[in-house]
Design a protein around this ligand. Structure first.
Ligand code: GLN
Length: 242
């Protein structure tokens, strides 16, 4: 973090913001301000260069065609690599997650290169689309409570040896490979299929991103009663028989 200001970058809201994932930016921003941090939020449209000076980059989900355009532009832009090399944190959802991988199958059925920031590859699932509430256990190394989210994707994501599964599903499909994994991460780069928005349902993930950005082990506590109510409601919804 430079100048004592936390810079949150919301990547391509014009292409990757169809599923309410913008809520993730609001949650990170609010929780940072609650801790007294000076926060700058930068919304970067797909016709603008990605800044390299961000601390936390958030990327949302999107439909297949905008996903193709977003991947092309991010790859051409190249600045997200630079930011990650400088130690930036990236948290990406669904289409954004797929774009972080080596490749995915796009809207015209072609294998398209992603950014290769995560050791994952996405193919088009042959079965039904994965849709519904998910309940999962986050990798215990991250010390976080259960993950609640909503998934809606056709893509099936396979993890390579250097990506760790972000979570293991109790209910729902996650990466869709049948091995129970959901999402992937590697140092400071995180991908998940969870919408919700996922950081509104799991505010301690937002705090993890803040702790990584600030390089601290703990943050002052916040009043999380509203978040808890939302979490409990969505967790019981996931547990209802379909
Ligand atoms: N188009 C991608 C898929 O269906 C991602 C969808 C999304 O972001 N919700 O797999």
């Amino acid at each position: 973090m430079s100048d004592n200001q936390l810079r949150i970058v919301w990547v391509y809201p014009d292409l990757l913001s169809t599923y309410g994932d913008q809520g993730n930016v609001l949650v990170v921003e609010r929780r940072a301000r609650q801790r007294g941090l000076d926060v700058a939020r930068l919304d970067v449209r797909s016709d603008q260069p990605i800044p390299t000076s961000g601390d936390i980059y958030l990327i949302g989900g999107g439909e297949d065609r905008p996903q193709r355009l977003a991947a092309e532009r991010l790859l051409r832009d190249g600045h997200l690599f630079q930011a990650v090399n400088n130690g930036a944190i990236v948290f990406a959802v669904c289409a954004g997650y797929q774009i972080l991988g080596h490749e995915f199958v796009n809207d015209v059925g072609q294998r398209q290169p992603g950014l290769g920031l995560l050791d994952v590859t996405t193919v088009r699932g042959e079965g039904e689309r994965c849709v519904g509430d998910v309940l999962a256990d986050i990798d215990p190394r991250l010390g976080l409570p259960a993950l609640t989210g909503f998934e809606n994707h056709q893509g099936v994501t396979h993890l390579g040896p250097t990506a760790r599964p972000f979570a293991r599903v109790q209910l729902g499909k996650g990466n869709g490979t049948g091995d129970g994994t959901e999402g992937a991460y590697n140092d400071t780069v995180f991908g998940t299929y969870m919408h919700g928005p996922v950081l509104a349902r799991n505010p301690l993930i937002a705090d993890l991103l803040l702790k990584l950005a600030l390089d601290v082990n703990a943050l002052p506590p916040t009043d999380d009663r509203w978040y808890e109510a939302l979490r409990n409601e969505r967790i019981s919804a996931a547990q209802q028989p379909a």
